[in-house]
Design a protein around this ligand. Structure first.
Ligand code: GLY
Length: 386
């Protein structure tokens, strides 16, 4: 048995041997983001993407993506340990502070936990902690116990008053953190209740997920829809990655096997999908092979798979690490990684934000960069732990 384990580990080591040079990728990221910092003197203009005319698209702090730039700066600081990145990360993190009182969005996990959570993990700055605790309370106001889910948007298609999107699984990590810090069990039970109901109502028999599920006042399902996918019944690529990442976090935080099973079922849907290209960068929707890609969904998937690989048997571990490695090789190659000084200083090209809305199609996206950097850090740890 020991010999078989050793052989599998050797095989993983062989197939994962450093084709990805994490140091080189971070050096490139640092160079691009030096340019980003220089071209963004205004802390109310958060880097987001590129407009159709090629100029930079920025967004205010209440946009769901405002935390990713600060979060990426923390990842660059984590890798380089250079204080200049800590200073920049702090500035762009604090620029989001006022959103701690924002109760009109479910995206506070993205907006606050990506910058402040990473900042707190790396510095133990108490100021970050107190801002996050206020933010977690704001997010928790969106949970209605009668429905048993955190409400994503106020209204959908002018009809539905309690829409919940699969993306919302990503905000639970923030509430788990708050549960640990405060000892308040309500935060914890919001996470498990939301995740259980999402598991029950959001997934199809093939383990793909709907984008939007609309609930009535007592938690009854009124409709299953899409907003950013190709069709109500199709599998929107980024949604599948959000689900994979979300249930992996659920297992990390609870150690409940049902969440691990769910994460693995989603991984199987993605990795065995006949429409997943060989470079493992999904088309924007799994029903739209040949159309534009979504590098952001690939980066999220790679990061999630690298974490998931820690919780599974050796055979699955090998599959997940190998798939994540392929994604990272693709993203680090010339097809997806920008040339130095180009791409409005973003790292990655070819993401798709909202194809049906003809918005952010085949462009850089700030969150693609964030999850790419996170995945590179996780990949490096995976290599060290082999
Ligand atoms: N949460 C919005 C998106 O993934 O586009």
């Amino acid at each position: 048995m020991k010999i078989i384990k050793l052989l599998i580990l050797l095989l993983i080591a062989q197939t994962t041997m450093a084709q990805i040079n994490v140091r080189k990728e971070f050096e490139f990221a640092a160079k691009q983001y030096e340019g980003m910092l220089a071209s963004h003197p205004d802390l109310n203009q958060f880097p987001q993407s590129t407009r159709p005319d090629g100029t930079p698209e920025n967004q205010p702090s209440d946009w769901w993506c405002s935390g990713f730039f600060g979060g990426s700066l923390w990842y660059i600081y984590e890798f380089t340990k250079d204080p200049k990145w800590k200073e920049a990360a702090d500035r762009w993190t604090m620029a989001v502070e006022k959103e701690k009182l924002n109760t009109s969005t479910h995206d506070l996990g993205f907006m606050l936990y990506c910058p402040f959570g990473n900042g707190y993990r790396l510095t133990r700055n108490e100021k970050y902690k107190s801002i996050m605790l206020t933010g977690a309370q704001s997010l928790a106001t969106r949970f209605d116990p009668k429905v048993g889910l955190i409400k994503s948007w106020e209204v959908f298609q002018k009809t539905y008053k309690y829409p919940v999107i699969i993306d919302n699984m990503m905000n639970l990590e923030f509430l788990f953190w708050a549960a640990r810090e405060t000892g308040d069990k309500d935060f914890y039970s919001i996470c498990t209740t939301h995740a259980d109901n999402t598991m029950k109502y959001h997934f199809r028999p093939d383990n793909s997920s709907y984008h939007v599920v609309c609930y009535g006042p007592n938690g009854e399902v009124l409709a299953r829809k899409t907003h950013q996918g190709a069709a109500d019944e199709s599998a929107w690529a980024r949604g599948q990655s959000w689900g994979l990442y979300g249930y992996t976090v659920m297992f990390r935080e609870t150690k409940d096997q049902k969440y691990l099973n769910q994460a693995q079922k989603i991984a199987t849907f993605i990795l065995n999908n006949p429409n997943l290209p060989s470079d493992k960068i999904p088309y924007w929707d799994y029903s739209k092979p040949g159309e534009v890609r979504d590098a952001s969904s690939a980066a999220i998937m790679a990061s999630a798979l690298l974490e998931l690989s820690q919780y599974v048997n050796l055979q699955d571990k090998k599959i997940y690490i190998s798939a994540a490695r392929t994604v990272l090789e693709s993203l680090s190659g010339p097809a997806y990684r920008a040339k130095s000084g180009e791409n409005n200083h973003f790292i990655l090209m070819h993401s798709t934000g909202h194809k049906p809305g003809n918005s952010e199609v085949d462009v850089p996206l700030v969150y693609a960069d964030y999850y790419y950097l996170e995945a590179l850090l996780r990949y490096q740890k995976t290599q060290q732990n082999l």
